[in-house]
Write a protein that binds this ligand. Structure first.
Ligand SMILES: NC(=O)c1ccc[n+]([C@@H]2O[C@H](COP(=O)([O-])OP(=O)(O)OC[C@H]3O[C@@H](n4cnc5c(N)ncnc54)[C@H](OP(=O)(O)O)[C@@H]3O)[C@@H](O)[C@H]2O)c1
Length: 306
């Protein structure tokens, strides 16, 4: 296997940390990662919105491949802070793409199912986009900046993610478990039952990226790809599974059939994954199995730190 130097941005985040770990442990490539507030001795601290220093920073690392995962990914925060979201999700992405395009590097950009409005699923890669919130618009603008500045690019769209967490509220999936654990023992807990989501394990996304980058050596892959978990769920149905894992009374959970408050969300932005499937690039872990492991690991970690 040809040796590659890979740089993962956002390697302290939910997805980036798993991409960093998978590529470090399952390939022979040289892998480096960036972080911002959570930099450690393993990760390079760099503010990607510092556009003046960004080209020199990237030249100092000189990656063959950049996996750009860092972003503001919370729709409500993007709604409150569109300028900050623009700086990180669009301007920094455009600058990274400009550097990659000018230095013969490949860029793999992580995007989102929120580029679609959720009215006509499932969505194929070339379907019309129509984001309905600031976050989705910023991710689409990021995609366009990548395509404009860097010929050698892959845009990987993924839906709601979950995986190993430092805190349960780090992903909106495990945040449901936090809500269940924080409620008083007899309290009823209302959970949104309006949007159909496809929770996707970060370990699976990281492995898909590994496979995509390996395939590049054989067939040069390029353009937009969709990857998604296959199980359709609402936050309520995810909550029922988590309540069982946590041995909580499921009858306390009440489905709420209203749309969530805050930034508008697509009701069903299911991603069609047949393009990856045709290339035999696949990886699926069952939600029931992985969420039980994640919650168990998190609970024993929290108890050992009491
Ligand atoms: N999470 C989801 O459900 C979901 C769904 C669809 C698509 N996505 C996409 O997946 C990607 C990864 O999301 P995630 O869930 O891993 O996000 P996350 O957990 O919120 O992590 C965000 C990452 O961005 C870094 N970052 C923030 N501001 C920065 C700055 N100014 N300079 C440098 N780095 C900065 C953070 O670093 P520090 O923490 O060290 O500050 C962190 O590593 C994003 O592109 C997102 O749009 C996520």
């Amino acid at each position: 296997m040809q040796s590659k130097r890979i740089l993962v941005t956002g390697a302290s985040g939910l997805l980036g940390r798993q991409i960093f770990k998978t590529l470090k442990t399952r390939t022979s490539w040289t892998v480096q990662g960036t972080a911002y507030s959570r930099a450690s001795e393993k990760l390079l601290r760099f503010d990607l919105t510092d556009l003046q220093q960004l080209p020199a920073f990237l030249s100092s690392v000189a990656p063959d491949v950049i996996i750009h995962s860092a972003a503001e990914r919370r729709p409500d925060v993007s709604m409150r802070d569109p300028e900050g979201t623009q700086r990180l999700n669009v301007d920094a992405t455009a600058a990274i793409a400009g550097w990659a395009g000018g230095n013969n590097a490949q860029l793999l950009y992580i995007s989102s199912d929120y580029v679609f409005d959720g009215t006509n699923p499932p969505y194929q890669e070339d379907d019309d986009t129509h984001p309905i919130n600031d976050y989705g618009r910023s991710k689409l603008a990021g995609e366009r900046a990548v395509a404009a500045a860097c010929t050698d690019h892959i845009i990987l769209r993924v839906p709601i993610l979950y995986g190993s967490v430092e805190r349960l509220d780090e992903s909106s999936v495990t945040a449901i478990a936090a809500q269940l654990l924080e409620a008083a023992p007899t309290e009823s807990i209302k959970l949104e039952n309006w949007a159909v989501r496809y929770p996707t394990l970060t370990d699976d996304v990281a492995d898909i990226i590994r496979q995509l980058l390996h395939s590049v050596n054989h067939t040069h892959l390029h353009g937009i790809f969709h990857f998604s978990g296959e199980q359709a769920m609402t936050k309520y149905t995810m909550g029922m599974i988590m309540a069982e894992c946590l041995k909580l009374d499921q009858t306390r959970l009440i489905p709420d059939n209203n749309p969530p408050k805050g930034a508008p969300r697509p009701q069903n932005s299911q991603l069609d994954t047949s393009r990856l499937n045709k290339l035999q690039i696949r990886q699926q872990t069952l939600f029931e199995r992985s969420i039980a492991e994640i919650l168990e690991k998190h609970q024993s970690y929290s108890q050992s730190n009491l």
